[in-house]
Design a protein around this ligand. Structure first.
Ligand SMILES: [Zn+2]
Length: 279
């Protein structure tokens, strides 16, 4: 089976479980798969993941986030009722308010002054909201979004690497960052262990990492099934639950500082975790 790890599927590249490394080739695809994208639930650690994610080269433009997220939004709009549309607008407004408060509250509490890296920084929306006492740096695979983020980072003494995170993180010095952000990123990364280990290397001892990801264990996913907003093909390649998220954070050498019931409340589609590089 090992040779299959390098084989290229008709769509995407085969991978074993990104959390525990188990080869799940013989396991039946999840009912949430959507042809040609194959979702598997790992027989060993129970992580749900895309077995054939697109290669990084395709994320520069073909499957770039700004394009696929627009397509998903258009398709959803076509299908939904007027009532549902109204509810969605209210939800989005509420989410924006909460998200805005949450990220800034976390930054204020855990981030000392200094260089901060936003991994999967998109167009730089989060870095633009950071206080000017922080120097923003970023990594972003979409060419179009990276160009937008570069302007923000450059004007404040930072920089943005355009490319995959495993390559981008190697361009920074060891123990350089006083804090790191992964907001709506870890669900997109086909090599999450590698990226977390590389992030640990470039963070100062004692520095904090804030993570926000969709919660596959949330009530909405259980009720909505295939229609859950967290399913994105092929954008989302890892479907984390509180248990699998804790495992990958600890396995890669971080300490968990905050992950209470309010950070992973089952009625929310997302969860938040604060980790720390040990001294
Ligand atoms: Zn596994």
């Amino acid at each position: 089976m090992a040779q299959q790890a390098d084989s290229i599927a008709s769509n995407g590249i085969y991978r074993s479980c990104p959390l525990c490394g188990n080869d799940n080739t013989d396991i039946k695809p999840s009912l949430y798969s959507m042809d040609p994208w194959i979702l598997k639930k790992c027989a060993r650690c129970r992580l749900v993941y895309l077995e054939n994610p697109p290669p990084y080269e395709d994320l520069h433009e073909t499957y770039a986030w700004e394009k696929t997220s627009n397509q998903v939004a258009q398709e959803k709009k076509k299908k939904e009722s007027a009532l549902r549309r109204g509810v969605r607008v209210l939800e989005r407004y509420k989410d924006r308010l909460i998200r805005r408060d949450k990220i800034l509250t976390v930054v204020k509490k855990y981030f000392p002054v200094g260089p901060v890296i936003d991994i999967g920084c998109g167009g730089g929306a989060v870095m633009a909201r950071l206080d000017h006492k922080y120097t923003p740096f970023g990594v972003e695979i979409s060419k179009h979004l990276a160009e937008m983020a570069k302007k923000i980072a450059k004007s404040r003494g930072g920089r943005v690497f355009c490319g995959s995170a495993p390559v981008g993180l190697d361009t920074f010095e060891k123990d350089f960052f006083t804090a790191a952000i992964m907001s709506a990123y870890l669900e997109h990364e086909s090599a999450p262990r590698d990226v977390l280990q590389k992030t640990l290397r470039i963070m100062r001892p004692g520095a904090h990492l804030v993570i926000k990801v969709p919660n596959y264990g949330c009530l909405n996913r259980i009720v909505m099934g295939q229609k859950w907003c967290g399913f994105r093909y092929p954008d989302h390649v890892n479907y984390w639950t509180p248990k699998t998220l804790i495992k990958i954070i600890r396995d890669t050498g971080f300490q968990i500082v905050q992950f209470n019931i309010w950070d992973r409340f089952p009625t929310s589609d997302n969860m938040w975790l604060i980790a720390r590089k040990p001294d």
